[in-house]
Unconditional design. Structure first.
Lengths: 242, 242, 242, 242
C-alpha cells in the first residue's frame, strides 16, 4: 500500500503578525499538523496563501489524496479560480477535504455546503468537552468516550450547515453551549470532514486526542477507487424499446 | 389560516421561440403550473427571466412562501445578485424552493447543493415509472404506489447531488436507467425539493399525479415559524464560570 | 379539517405509589399532558398500563392518529402482543408515536429502533439547556434558539440509537454532558419522535416550551395519506418482456 | 495487519433438498461465497442452521469480525437466543453484518431495522441492472457505473426499511420496478449492509461484480476500534456545580 498523500494548507498570516501565535506555533499551524501526520505513515507536504497559486497548483492537487485546510483572517484573499480547482478535484476525483476550526467560513467549505456556515462564538478560554456520538465510526478509532480541551474558543449552535451525513462529535462548553463539532459529508466522489477544535493562540493541535482525530479523518477521507462519474448525453437506450 | 403565497418562476424562452413548446404550454410552463395551483387554495403569482430583476424583486420574494423554478436554456443569464437574493431568502427566512426538471442545472440549485448536479440524459420519449419510496412522507399524500409518464425525457444516475435528507421517489425508465427523481433537502431555515418529471414539449405538467406532487411539495416546503437563526459574537457566557 | 386524535399513554404507577410524584402530577403525567393538548384543538384520550389491554384495544388504536408514551418502572409489564399491535399500527397505518423521557427503554421504542437505547444518566437536579438544531423544522415552531429547564435528570451521550432522520434538539447539562434530546425517525408509514425532557418528580411537563414541543410533535407525527404499502408476490411484470 | 475474520452463515436447506440448487451451488451457497473471500486475504469460516447453536457459539462470534447471512425458507427456525447473541455482538462489539438477498426477512435483519422488511417480488428470471449511487463509497471500489445480472429474481419497492445511512446501489428491472438494492446502516457500534442480488438457483454469487461488492462490504463493515459504549448510572457530575 503506498502512503496516502496529504497537503496541509494554512493561510499562514497570524503566525507572522502576532507574537502570541508564533509562540504556540513557531513554524506555523500547518507545520505543527504536518509534523504529527509525518509520524503516521503519510506522505505530507504543506502549502500556504502567499505562495504562487496559494501553493495549490494543478500538479500539487493531482498529487494530493487529502487536503487539510486552515484559514481565518484572509478567507477573502483566496482566489475564486483556486477554490473552483479544489472543488473540482473533490467532486470529480474524490480528493478528501478536512476543514479545521475557523475554516468553517472558508470559500471552499461554504461552496461545498450551500449554506451560510456561520455559528455562535466567544473567546474567553473556557473549557470544552468533545463527546463521541458514533463510537463505531472510523474517525472515532482509538478515542475515549469524551476528551477535554482545557481552554478553547467557543463555537456554538446554531451552526448553519446541511445535516451531516455522519455526526461524529458533539461539543459541550462550560459557558453553556453545544456544537456539532465533528461532521462528515459526501460531495460528488469526495468526502468532507469538519472538525471544530483548534485556534491560533491555543496549543490545541499539540493535544494527542486532536491529533488522533485528524489522523483518523485523513484515512476516512481518502479517495475510493469507485467508478468515474458518468454524466451527460447518452442517446442510445441500454434496452431495446418495443 | 392565510393562503400560502407561491411564485412560479419560468425562464419563458422555449415557449416564445419554439412552436412545438407553445402548442403544449401556450401561456408558458409557469402559467400551466400556476393555473393548477390556484385551484388548490394557494395565492399564486408568476415571474420570468426577462422581467426587471427577473421578476424577483426584494418585495416579491418577501411576499413569497414557496418559489417554484423552471429553467433550461438560459441558466447563465440569471444574474448572480438575484441568485444571491433567492439563496438568502431561503437560508435566512425559510422560503421553500421547488426545482423542476432541467432546473437541476440552475445557478440557485447548484449553489444550494454544493455539487455538480449533472446527470445522464436522453430524449427519445420513452416510458417512465415513478415509484414512491417514502409512503408516509407529506409529499406522497394522495398518490398511488407508482404512476407512469407515457413519454418522458430520461434523467438517469449518476445524479451529482448530496445525499437527500428524504428520498421520496425513484424513477424507472424503459431504456434501462434509474433516477432519484424526488429529493428533499433542508438548507438553513428553508426546504428544497427537486422533482424530475417535466419537459418543455411533453404535456407532463398537465398530468394529475405530477400536479399533485407539486401541490404536496408546496405545503411541505412552506416556512416553519421557528427561531430566527442567531449566530455571531456572543461575548458573555450563559453560565457563570468558576 | 377534523381534529387530530391523540392518545396519551402512561404507565401510571409512580403517581400512585409516591407522594412526591403525586404532588407534581396529582392526576398522573398523562392527564397533565392531555390537559394541555386539549387546549390545542386535538381530540385527546388517555390510557394506562393497568387498564384491560393496557387501554390500547384495536378499537382505541384504530381511532388514534398519534400515540404519546410515558413509561419508566414497568416497561417489562407491557405485554408483547400489545407492543406488536402498536408497532403494526405505526408501520402499516402510519400512526405517529412520541416517546417521552424514560420511554427510551420502552419495548415499543426499542423494537422500532433496533438498538440498545440505553444512555448515561444522573439525578441531581442540575440545569439543562435545550438548543434548536433545525430551526426550520416543524417541531421548532414558535420556540426560541434555546430554552432552559432549571432542574432536570441528566440524560447524556452515548445514546444507543440509530442516526436520527432529523436531529431537532441537542441538550447541554451543567454537569458536563450533551444529549441528542429531540430526534425524528420514519418507520414504515409512520413517524417517531423522541423527546428527552420530563421526569416524574419535576414539573417539566408544566413548562410552556416543553408543552409547545409536544404540540408541534403531534402535528408533525400525524399520518400522511400516502399509498398503502404494497408488498408481496406480484407475479406479472409491469412491462412486456422481450 | 491481521486478516479480517469472516463467518459465512447459510441456512443450507435448499441445497440439500433441491437438485436444481445443488447443481448451481454443489457445496452450498456459503462455500461459494467463502471460496471467493478466501482469495481476498480474509480468514474465513462457515456456519449453518443445523449445526449446534446454528454454528454461532459465543466463541465463534467472539472470533468473527464480519458475519455474512443467507437464509430463506427457515428464518423461523433460527432460535431467538442466537439472534439475541448476534444482535449483542453487533451493537456492543461492533461486529459487521452483511445480509444477502432473502435475508431481508431474517430475524436478525428485522430486529436491527425495526420495520417490516417486506418487499415486492417476482421470479421470472428477468434482467436486473445495478446502478452505483455513491461512486465515492468504499463499497463501490473497483466497480463500473452499473453492472447487469442477466437473470434475476425481482425485488422491488416498496422495501419496508428505515432510510439507509448510505444508499449505495439502486436496481432496475426489465419488468418495470426499482429497488434500493445496496443499503448501509449503523447500529450501535456495528455496521450493517444489505445487498439484494443473489438467489438459490441462479449463479449470481459466481459473478465477479457481485463478489467484488461482497469483498468491499466486508472491509467496510469491519469493526472500528472506537470507545466502548459507556452507558448507565454516572452519579457524579463531570463539572463542579455552583
Amino acid at each position: 500500500m503506498t502512503a496516502l498523500r496529504v497537503t496541509v494548507w494554512n493561510e499562514f498570516r497570524h503566525e507572522k503578525k502576532d507574537a502570541e501565535v508564533a509562540k504556540v506555533y513557531p513554524q506555523g499551524i500547518h507545520e505543527a499538523i504536518a509534523k504529527h501526520l509525518r509520524t503516521q505513515g503519510f506522505s505530507v507536504r504543506t502549502a500556504s496563501l502567499d505562495e504562487p497559486e496559494h501553493g495549490l497548483s494543478e500538479k500539487v492537487l493531482a498529487e494530493t489524496d487529502v487536503l487539510i485546510w486552515w484559514g481565518h483572517m484572509a478567507h477573502d484573499e483566496v482566489k475564486d479560480e483556486i477554490v473552483e480547482r479544489v472543488w473540482k478535484r473533490i467532486n470529480e476525483d474524490g480528493m478528501g477535504l478536512i476543514c479545521l476550526h475557523s475554516a468553517h467560513m472558508s470559500k471552499i467549505f461554504r461552496k461545498l455546503m450551500g449554506t451560510g456556515c456561520m455559528l455562535r462564538w466567544r473567546e474567553i478560554g473556557e473549557k470544552e468537552r468533545v463527546w463521541m456520538i458514533e463510537p463505531g465510526h472510523p474517525i472515532a478509532e482509538g478515542l475515549p468516550p469524551y476528551f477535554e480541551i482545557p481552554h478553547t474558543e467557543m463555537y456554538g449552535e446554531h451552526f448553519e450547515i446541511p445535516t451531516p451525513d455522519d455526526l461524529v462529535f458533539i461539543n459541550w462548553y462550560a459557558g453553556g453551549e453545544v456544537f456539532r463539532g465533528g461532521c462528515c459529508w459526501r460531495r460528488g466522489n469526495g468526502k468532507v470532514f469538519y472538525f471544530s477544535p483548534g485556534h491560533e493562540t491555543l496549543p490545541i493541535y499539540h493535544q494527542p486526542e486532536v491529533q488522533r482525530v485528524i489522523t483518523n479523518a485523513v484515512r476516512w477521507a481518502a479517495p475510493a477507487a469507485g467508478p468515474k462519474i458518468a454524466t451527460g448525453h447518452f442517446p442510445e437506450p441500454l434496452e431495446k424499446l418495443g
